[in-house]
Design a binder for this molecule. Structure first.
Ligand code: NAD
Ligand code: DAU
Length: 375
């Protein structure tokens, strides 16, 4: 079937991987990438596919309802994969209003525009899908009950070498929402609007909640690319608090593959958690990143450890995230494709091979923000 799919936020980190996958894998689909091109959106992320005949880019703001309404009907959109968002927790602490505007009002505007267009068609919602990409942060924070780690209860290809979990609880699809940061509160609110449109109007929708992604094209304000960039410049590596917070890391292409699978085979009105059972304490992952960068740059082992700088903790810093993705694994057969060590190696190599990309995105507005924040 020839689909006409709107992907929002396709010039950002995860969105660009999703756009690339869909444009290359489905030449028979029309893929419309809608992005406002904020500091985090970069068309250079899509250079390799920008000339493909099944790809169109539209610069627009998801919170501009009239514009979104026009675009959905002009391109006769029948499926939406919604990734556009303000995505950085530290920015949300400084500027929560922008997060409410884009993440809440923007999602609402997309939902309402899709509802009006789809309800105007003879077949209405048949064959349509509003797929909303969300985060594990909406579930709140888990306790670090096993600071030294315990054997992970489930094993997957993405597990770390030691296969450790730092607590016995995991986020399930049924876990009650309990967001703490302005970012996660705005994402939780948008998730509720998506489910409300299903329950009230019958909008065919799916929500997925994913753990921390890493990989090429991530904006270097997030932990891994920020630290790679700082190591290459010999700049301090700001570790929040004691570096003991735990995150569950997934290679971005594995997230994109999960999105493809769920878009085509997921059940309407369902929620799927996406994650690779791959928990790391920040300080441990930072050491892996340092070791990898130093090795690839030809530095002596431990060369950049002196850059580690403990700084004031993030306000309201969530202690531990850990996703239980067994529903997705058992119902749709998804599993991460990469061992974590392989993913980190690929990621560090990509940033070192694409230093122009890093230099470009760390100039201008971003630099002003970053320097203002950590001085
Ligand atoms: P990102 O910040 O790299 O990219 C966001 C994109 O959205 C950018 O291209 C930006 O220009 C665009 N955008 C922002 N505001 C917009 C607006 N008002 N109108 C149109 N476009 C706008 O984000 P990311 O890390 O790729 O995250 C993508 C989605 O996945 C987000 O919804 C995020 O909440 C979710 N998510 C991210 C992670 C992660 O680890 N990065 C994990 C789970 C879920
Ligand atoms: O869990 C999914 C979420 O992962 C996504 O929804 C968010 O969009 C994404 O940004 C990410 O959120 P985090 O806050 O976990 O990611 P970040 O890279 O900002 O931070 C990872 C951890 O590292 C976190 O515990 C804070 C810490 N940190 C981060 C930065 C930027 C530091 O210690 N120092 C830093 O400079």
């Amino acid at each position: 079937m020839k689909r006409k799919i709107l992907i929002t936020g396709g010039a950002g980190f995860i969105g660009s991987h999703v756009v690339r996958l869909f444009v290359n894998k489905y030449p028979e689909y029309n893929i419309v990438n809608l992005d406002k091109l904020t500091y985090a959106g970069n068309l250079a992320n899509l250079k390799d596919i920008e000339d493909k005949s099944n790809y169109t880019f539209v610069k627009a703001d998801i919170a501009d309802f009239d514009c979104i309404r026009r675009i959905i009907s002009e391109y006769q959109i029948d499926g939406i994969i919604h990734l556009a968002a303000e995505s950085h927790v530290d920015r949300s602490i400084k500027d929560p209003f922008t997060f409410a505007r884009t993440n809440v009002m923007g999602t609402l505007s997309l939902l309402q525009a899709a509802k009006e267009y789809w309800e105007s068609l003879p077949e209405k919602y048949t064959g349509k899908l509003f797929y909303h990409i969300s985060t594990d942060e909406v579930y709140g924070a888990l306790e670090l009950t096993h600071p030294k780690g315990v054997p992970a209860p489930f094993t997957t290809k993405a597990s770390s070498k030691d296969d450790m979990a730092y607590g016995t609880e995991f986020f399930l699809e049924t876990t009650k929402y309990n967001p703490h940061s302005p970012y996660s509160a705005s994402k939780a609110s948008s998730d509720h609007f998506v489910r409300a449109y299903h329950d009230t109007y019958g909008m065919p929708s799916i929500v997925t909640n994913c753990s921390n992604n890493y990989g090429p094209y991530q904006f270097p304000e997030k932990l891994i690319p920020l630290f790679i960039n700082n190591i290459r410049h010999g700049k301090p590596l700001p570790v929040y608090g004691k570096g003991e917070n735990v995150r569950d890391w997934l290679f971005v292409e594995d997230h994109a593959r999960a999105i493809d699978l769920i878009f085509h085979r997921g059940e309407i009105a369902e929620t799927y958690n996406i994650g690779g059972f791959n928990e790391w304490k920040n300080i441990d992952i930072i050491k892996v990143v340092i070791n990898t960068v130093d090795r690839l740059l030809g530095n002596s082992p431990g060369h950049s450890y002196g850059l580690i700088t403990y700084v004031a903790d993030r306000l309201g810093h969530d202690m531990r995230y850990a996703i239980d993705s067994r529903k997705l694994q058992s119902e749709l057969g998804w599993e991460p494709s990469l061992q974590f060590e392989e993913g980190i190696e690929k990621t560090v190599r990509w940033y070192l091979d694409n230093q122009d990309w890093l230099d470009n995105v760390t100039s201008g507005e971003y630099r002003q923000y970053y320097e203002g924040m950590y001085k």
